[in-house]
Design a protein around this ligand. Structure first.
Ligand SMILES: *Cc1c(COP(=O)(O)O)cnc(C)c1O
Length: 844
């Protein structure tokens, strides 16, 4: 078996390999909780007074007459007040320190809910529970009134949210920047198996967490023409016919767990810069209104594609809007503090999370050149030492390119600068690769009429990182191999992490209670301490309690499903969970085919002795991604077919959960027993859902892909169920010429499952899917090698059932997964970014 992650992999469990020990070496300079001045203990009497005041001042009601919505808002406002005071102190401290600040730019932050998280971080959950109880309300019910802040698609946006939590908890001075979309990720409805999208109008309930800062609004210019041309290092620029949009900041405060720090996520909202008086004066009222509507469209809606570029001009407008507003903000703050930009590199770290905010590079150049009179080389030196870039995908359809003519028309000055960067880059590359035009073109920022955003980032940024060891290696050896050979020192890895307090302590309070009893609460600020749980791996009483907690969480999830979907599931069946965006590379289809295989087996042998299993799916498909929608429809029709069979429905249950989102994930992770992480090896950059499930004690069925590789390493071969082709085998198979039909002909089980697709399931023939797998359509058949991994996948499921039949063994595995999940804390990941990429210090 070939390993990808380390040179000195020990052949047995690999538990002490180099990667892990590097990760463990990162020190968490945590202050002891007692050292941190918690605001003089906040008690119930104060909480009640404050909530009552909010009710009276904002809603004109007494607590006894308040609606639940009013009570939720009043509690949220009272919490905002606590945070505001801490925020002011924290900001002052930061300003006094004159240390470095990091700015994390991302088009997505998938925040989920805030209230419960703030109460937990501030240590006042009990206080507020008692407070609202006295007013006749239940705090958990109030939590349910908060809409998710769904300003992201999936893993990328959730990672950004987890990093904000970690930074605040660790007292790192870090700001997030993004867009205040009026509509977040769409709400998903499934009607007769077909996904439909509804607008997510989250602001009425979510706006309580946003503070507008009109005093810090900036303007962003688009379109028009540049008056003066570029000439060498000297230039002067003026614009004509520009469209100007106002960027109005809304701040969302980010609490840190018992840290006293309060971070800020600044979200820009697009406004018309007051009606064009000129147009009004000409009597062109309608035109003036139209212009303002055009401006505001920019922050109207989040693009709902995950791992796929959306080459729409509005998307490019959004990107530049975010980047220009944020860079102006960063520069203004810096100038206020230091009065010069010469020290920008020492005081500012700018992070480009995925290429979407890559335009911050030419935008920063523009500000330095045009507004602060820097010469090119001095400006370039500042920009390159200040910016770093994280790549999140190797999928080709996700690599961002923009048509040169669109780019030039919309952003004429930024285009000039990008063009100049490209000229100088290509000259530089010529030294390395004289005459090799093909190579230089492939590394260029502008080539064949397209702007390549990843090349812009790699050419400029001082550091480029992937998000798991295998992914970072693929970046270096394949995706950006030429760049990695040219500038090897730029490339590194930081494996993703999750906010373990949210995903374990807050989502799974019973498990948190058990852990506290066994090893104390130090793991909350030092996730590595979870490893102390290993001492209980063979303690039958502990394992029994662990199983009871899982059972209780399953029962709670069953209630949730009953309420949300009207579907009954058996909490004594095995909960097998695959939740993530719907994508062919993530292979929900492999899971579905295996279920069809089980169905076939039960059809031919109704007495077959297998335990009852519930397969839970949750996944949004990009609205224009037809195959993804067909796969949702397939899952729903398998569910229907199975339900209609009185015998088989005793053994199998399939549920497609509508509208998978952060809040649903928080309920689901604690209830999962099997975690499906089954992407084709080499396609998933890291995954973070895998980590959330692991830390809640689910056993992973997974390929050696993304962070699964490091999970395997951390937990040991015997405690994870690995199957399928390895990344190098996938490459070899592609090179040999992959033929899915061979698998079809050679595997009777697979043939039977695929034949069902054509024969009709739940009244529908799924020929689009079967054609995509065995090549009766156009394009490469079965591009993600579902058929190649089918046999191996069925085998690992049999192994899982065998293990499940021995509860002691299963619970032991579960405990060891929890105990090994500490390195996947976002605290660890963020500390790596701070120390190895940003050179950023935590404040004392
Ligand atoms: C964690 C999370 C994801 C990412 O899941 P992966 O399995 O890593 O793709 C997506 N959506 C939501 C709502 C999440 O919480």
């Amino acid at each position: 078996m070939k390993m990808y992650f380390t040179d000195n992999q020990s052949p047995d469990t690999g538990r002490r390999s180099s990667v892990i020990s590097t990760l463990l070496k990162i020190r968490h300079d945590k202050k002891k909780e007692a050292d941190i001045p918690m605001r003089a203990a906040y008690n119930k009497v104060q909480a009640k007074t404050n909530v009552q005041t909010k009710l009276e001042c904002h809603f004109g009601v007494t607590p006894s007459r308040a609606t639940p919505e009013q009570m939720y808002n009043a509690v949220a406002m009272a919490v905002q007040d606590i945070l505001s005071v801490q925020r002011r102190e924290w900001t002052e401290k930061q300003n006094r320190s004159k240390g470095k600040t990091a700015y994390y730019l991302c088009m997505e932050f998938l925040m989920g809910r805030s209230l419960k998280n703030h109460l937990f971080n501030l240590g006042v959950t009990e206080v507020f529970a008692d407070c609202v109880k006295d007013f006749g309300f239940d705090l958990d019910d109030l939590f349910e009134l908060e809409p998710d802040a769904g300003l992201g698609n999936g893993g990328l946006g959730r990672l950004a949210a987890c990093f904000l939590d970690a930074a605040a908890g660790l007292r790192y001075p870090l700001y997030g920047y993004s867009i205040r979309y009026d509509y977040g990720i769409f709400r998903q409805k499934v009607v007769d198996g077909w996904q439909t999208e509804l607008p997510d109008f989250w602001l009425p309930g979510g706006e309580v967490w946003l503070t507008p800062r009109p005093d810090e609004a900036v303007t962003v210019g688009f379109d028009g023409e540049i008056k003066d041309e570029w000439n060498g290092n000297r230039h002067s620029v003026s614009y004509s016919g520009q469209h100007v949009v106002t960027a109005l900041p809304y701040d969302m405060m980010i609490s840190g767990y018992k840290s006293g720090a309060v971070g800020v996520l600044r979200l820009w909202s697009a406004r018309s810069p007051s009606f064009d008086i000129g147009l009004f004066n000409q009597g062109d009222y309608m035109h003036a209104i139209e212009e303002s509507a055009m401006a505001e469209v920019i922050s109207k809606v989040l693009y709902p594609s995950d791992n796929h570029i959306e080459g729409k001009s509005l998307r490019l407008r959004q990107q530049y809007f975010l980047v220009s507003a944020s860079m102006q903000d960063i520069i203004r703050k810096h100038m206020e503090r230091y009065g010069t930009l010469n020290n920008l590199t020492d005081k500012v770290a700018i992070h480009i999370n995925e290429t979407h905010p890559a335009l911050c590079i030419p935008e920063l150049m523009r500000i330095l050149l045009d507004e602060h009179g820097y010469e090119w080389d001095a400006a370039w030196s500042i920009v390159t030492k200040t910016t770093a870039y994280t790549n999140h995908t190797v999928m080709h359809e996700a690599l961002e390119v923009w048509p040169e003519d669109l780019f030039q028309r919309m952003l004429p000055r930024i285009y000039q600068i990008a063009h100049e960067i490209n000229e100088r880059l290509c000259k530089h590359l010529w030294i390395y690769y004289p005459g090799d035009w093909a190579k230089i073109a492939s590394m260029a920022i502008i080539s064949y009429g397209q702007i390549h955003m990843a090349n812009l980032c790699i050419a400029c940024c001082h550091t480029v990182n992937g998000v798991s060891t295998i992914h970072s290696n693929i970046i270096k050896t394949s995706l950006f191999a030429d760049y990695a050979r040219t500038f090897p020192e730029k490339f590194t890895n930081v494996t993703n992490g999750i906010a373990h307090r949210r995903w374990l302590a807050e989502s799974n309070p019973q498990l948190a209670g058990l852990i506290r009893e066994l090893i104390g609460n130090a793991y909350l600020t030092d996730a590595g301490q979870l490893s102390k749980l290993r001492a209980y791996a063979d303690d039958p009483a502990v394992l029994e309690r662990l199983a009871k907690i899982k059972r209780a969480n399953k029962a709670r999830m069953a209630d949730y499903i009953k309420k949300a979907e009207g579907i009954t599931v058996d909490p004594d069946s095995i909960f097998d969970v695959q939740v993530k965006r719907l994508h062919e590379y993530k292979r929900q289809l492999l899971n579905a085919l295996h279920i069809l295989h089980l169905y076939n087996r039960l059809k031919s042998d109704p007495q077959l002795d297998i335990p009852p299993q519930t397969f839970l799916f949750g996944a949004k498909a990009a609205p224009g991604y037809l195959m993804a929608k067909y796969i949702i429809r397939l899952i729903c029709s398998i569910a229907k077919e199975v339900d209609s069979d009185p015998v088989i429905s005793q053994k199998l249950k399939i549920v497609f959960l509508e509208d998978y989102r952060v809040t649903m994930a928080e309920a689901l992770m604690p209830a999962a027993e099997i975690s499906e992480q089954i992407s084709l090896a080499g396609t998933e950059a890291s995954g973070t859902g895998n980590m959330k499930l692991m830390i809640n004690g689910a056993i992973t069925i997974g390929t050696l892909d993304g962070a699964n590789v490091e999970m395997h390493e951390a937990v040991g071969d015997e405690n994870i169920l690995i199957f399928g082709l390895h990344a190098d085998e996938v490459d070899q198979l592609h090179a040999r010429g992959y033929s899915p039909t061979a698998y079809y002909h050679n595997n009777a089980d697979l043939r039977a499952a695929l034949d069902r697709l054509n024969g009709g399931i739940g009244g529908i023939r799924h020929t689009e899917i079967s054609n995509s797998l065995i090549g009766r359509g156009s394009g490469q058949a079965d591009p993600y090698m579902v058929l190649a991994d089918f046999a191996s996948y069925c085998g690992i499921h049999e192994e899982a059932l065998k293990r499940y039949a021995d509860p002691a063994q299963w619970n032991r595995m579960s405990l060891l997964n929890i105990a090994s999940a500490g390195i996947f804390s976002a605290d660890r990941a963020l500390t790596e970014y701070a120390q190895r990429i940003w050179n950023l210090e935590a404040m004392d």
